[in-house]
Each structure stands twice: as structure tokens, then as C-alpha cells.
Design a protein around this ligand. Structure first.
Ligand code: PGA
Length: 250
């Protein structure tokens, strides 16, 4: 069975007092069967990773550079994230694609850098509202997948997150059929590219996941978890999402 992953993306939110939210998750979910991940701002990674030592919870970065070192002021390499205690990194989030003009080729090089540093890369894909309305969702997803898939990917070091841009932070969510269509497509395409390994790659849905819709979303075929933004900031909001996924995990 594909492993299940509840991943939280704190984006540019979180200071020292917010470490209490992680402590609550550690207290509640010490026996979680699904994998649980928080991706805080880089400034909290080391402290959070230390808190998570010997626990079921993992800590990840929200982005990394494609190079190992160099004259790139303000950037963080995958090795630096690993050195701080991260075991995952999100690459290609739509906010990075938009705010920093990241291309599929950039995202592939970041994902390859992540894998080379022994991190699991969470590669994000998703269509805009205009692309959805134009009926080109599958075409867009296919191109993003083919162009951003790291050549070194395997079932242990890759997670794919489908995040329709119009659903992120808006409260709008695709229908369960629309989610199933994309996730089934992704699984099929990965099978073409990676053969048997494809079945073990977790496929996350992201975009306005809340406790109220998580149960239904986790029942959709080929959905192996969620990438959660706003509802991951408070343990009280994220915890029921973790519990909803946990029933699907071995
Ligand atoms: P949201 O964000 O859950 O706040 O919609 C999801 C994401 O951007 O990963």
C-alpha cells in the first residue's frame, strides 16, 4: 500500500511561540500510522527537527536552490536543509512559481538537488483557474509532470502534490470527481515513466483542505494524503486531518 502523508506548509507564518503547535501534534499523534510532516519557515527548521527526534513527525523546507553552494544571496541549498534536520522539501509550489518565476526546469533541478541531499522532494503541480475553465487541466498537469520530474526519483524520495492554483487559500475545492480524474491520470502517467515504483509514490491533494472536507478527499482513489496550508498552522485544525488520514494507513 502506498504510504500516507499529511503534510503542513506553514508558508511565511510562524515564530518561536508557535513551536507549541508542534508540541501538541507530538503529544496527540505519537502513534500515528500515517507519516506527518510540517514545513515551517527556514528559521524554525532546526528547532522543530530537534523536537521531532525519535518521533513519527518529520520536518521539511518550503523550497531549496538547485545548486549545492555558490554566490546566491538569500538562498538555501538542499544540503543546508538536511544539515538543519529537514528530511523533506517542497519544490514548485505555485506561490514560488508565481512570485519567483520558477519554471518546470528550475523545479526539476531543485528536486534533483533535494534527492542528492537525501531529502524527499514534494513536487507541486496544478492548473490555474483559466486553464481549468479552458478544459486544459490534464494537458497542463502532464507537461508540468514530465518537465519537472527529477531523473533520480524513486518511490522513497518523491511525493507529488496536486494543487489547483484556484483552490489554494480560497476555500474553493474541486469536486471529488475532478480530484480523482487528476490523481488517476498522475498515477497512470507515473506508471508509464517509472513502472512499478509509481504505485508507491504518495500523491497528495492540496488546496483548501480542512477537517470538514478531509474525510471525503481521503476516500478519493489515488489520494494518499494532503498538502495543507492554512489548516496546518494550528494543531487543533491539523490534528483532525491527520486522524482522517490515519485510518487509511497501515
Ligand atoms: P491552503 O494552502 O490549504 O491554505 O489552501 C495549500 C498550499 O498552498 O499548499
Amino acid at each position: 500500500m502506498t504510504r500516507k502523508l499529511a503534510a503542513g506548509n506553514w508558508k511565511m507564518h510562524g515564530h518561536t511561540p508557535n513551536l507549541a503547535e508542534l508540541q501538541r501534534l507530538l503529544d496527540i499523534h505519537s502513534n500515528a500510522k500515517c507519516d506527518v510532516l510540517l514545513c515551517p519557515p527556514a528559521t524554525l527548521i532546526h528547532r522543530m527537527a530537534t523536537m521531532c527526534t525519535d518521533s513519527k513527525l518529520a520536518i521539511g523546507g518550503q523550497d531549496c536552490h538547485g545548486a549545492v553552494t555558490g554566490a546566491h544571496t538569500g538562498e538555501i541549498s538542499a544540503q543546508m536543509l538536511a544539515d538543519a534536520g529537514a528530511t523533506y522539501v517542497i519544490v514548485g509550489h505555485s506561490e514560488r512559481r508565481t512570485d519567483h518565476n520558477e519554471t518546470n526546469a528550475d523545479i526539476r533541478s531543485k528536486a534533483e538537488a533535494a534527492i542528492a541531499a537525501d531529502l524527499t522532494a514534494i513536487v507541486c503541480l496544478g492548473e490555474s483557474e483559466a486553464e481549468r475553465l479552458a478544459g486544459s487541466t490534464i494537458e497542463v498537469i502532464e507537461q508540468q509532470l514530465i518537465e519537472s520530474l527529477p531523473s533520480t526519483a524513486n518511490a522513497e524520495n518523491l511525493v507529488i502534490a496536486y494543487e489547483p492554483i484556484w483552490a489554494i487559500g480560497t476555500g474553493m475545492v474541486p469536486t471529488l470527481d475532478q480530484i480523482a480524474e487528476v490523481h488517476d491520470f498522475l498515477r497512470g502517467k507515473l506508471r508509464e515513466i517509472m513502472a512499478n515504483a509509481a504505485d508507491d509514490i504518495p500523491l497528495l491533494y492540496g488546496g483548501s483542505v480542512k477537517a470538514a472536507n478531509a474525510v471525503d478527499i481521503f476516500n478519493v482513489s489515488n489520494v494518499d494524503g494532503a498538502l495543507v496550508g492554512g489548516a496546518s498552522l494550528k494543531a487543533d485544525d491539523f490534528s483532525p486531518i491527520i486522524s482522517a488520514l490515519d485510518v487509511h494507513a497501515k
